[in-house]
Write a protein that binds this ligand. Structure first.
Ligand code: C5P
Length: 227
């Protein structure tokens, strides 16, 4: 069997990770959530007072990048790999609205991106990987055999994220979630280094009205032609 790299990019809360996880399971591939890696760096910055509501000590963060070690460990019960920062499981700690608020500014820093992209490329060197993020098809694996660009209306996305956060027991308003999703998308698509754009050879899927099963069927079909 021919192992390939599947790159899934798109705006916030398009349901990329849900589909990517399932896809990896179906194909028996490794799944990597690169957003979790940027969130881990933002979490570190918050923990060390390097970023806050009215400050961002960019140079200090860059100087501490070597103190940041990010790993994934498969959790059998969860059925996917969870993210660890310096040995500590932060899978749920990075999903708060607070981390979501500071992750995009952190992800604009080239030094941060260089470090994470290098690690991502290593994880994919043997192929057989599904990776989701913002720059996977454009920067991390421009040679990926299959590139998907997921879209959905901003409202659909905010509703999904809102429900997800409520289900996890977070107490917040729909407007805060919508505001976060819109702001993040704006920063992500206008930043200088590796902005979120559809790769020329990516296949666009608007999933506003598609079930997870329908999305999977489409992508598995595309992948099977290449494997
Ligand atoms: O995928 P998720 O929404 O968890 O990503 C969080 C943030 O991390 C994004 O809004 C973006 O700022 C950043 N990110 C990125 N490049 C990636 C993945 C995520 O800049 N490949």
């Amino acid at each position: 069997l021919n192992k390939i790299i599947i790159a899934i990019d798109g705006f916030s809360s398009t349901g990329k990770s849900t589909v990517a996880k399932q896809l990896a399971k179906n194909l028996n591939y490794i799944y990597v959530d690169t957003g979790a890696m940027y969130r881990a760096v933002a979490y570190f910055a918050l923990e060390h007072d390097l970023i806050g509501d009215d400050f961002f000590k960019e140079d200090a963060l860059v100087n501490r990048l070597e103190d940041i070690s990010i790993n994934f460990k498969f959790n059998i019960e969860a059925g996917f790999a969870e993210v660890y920062l310096n040995g500590k499981n932060i899978e749920s700690a990075i999903r708060t609205l607070r981390v979501s608020k500071f992750v995009s500014p952190v992800a604009t820093l080239s030094a941060v991106r260089r470090k994470l992209v290098e690690q991502q490329q290593l994880m994919g060197k043997d192929k057989g990987i599904v990776m989701d993020g913002r720059d996977i098809g454009t920067v991390v694996f421009p040679e990926a055999e299959l590139k998907i660009f997921m879209t959905a209306s901003a409202e659909t996305r905010a509703k999904r994220r809102y429900k997800e956060l409520l289900d996890r027991g977070h107490n917040l308003s729909y407007d805060d979630v919508l505001e976060n999703v819109t702001t993040r998308d704006h920063i992500d698509s206008t930043r200088e280094d590796s902005p979120l754009i559809k790769a020329e050879d990516a296949i666009e899927i608007d999933n506003s009205d598609l079930t997870i099963e329908e999305q999977l069927e489409t992508i598995v079909g595309l992948a099977n032609r290449l494997i």
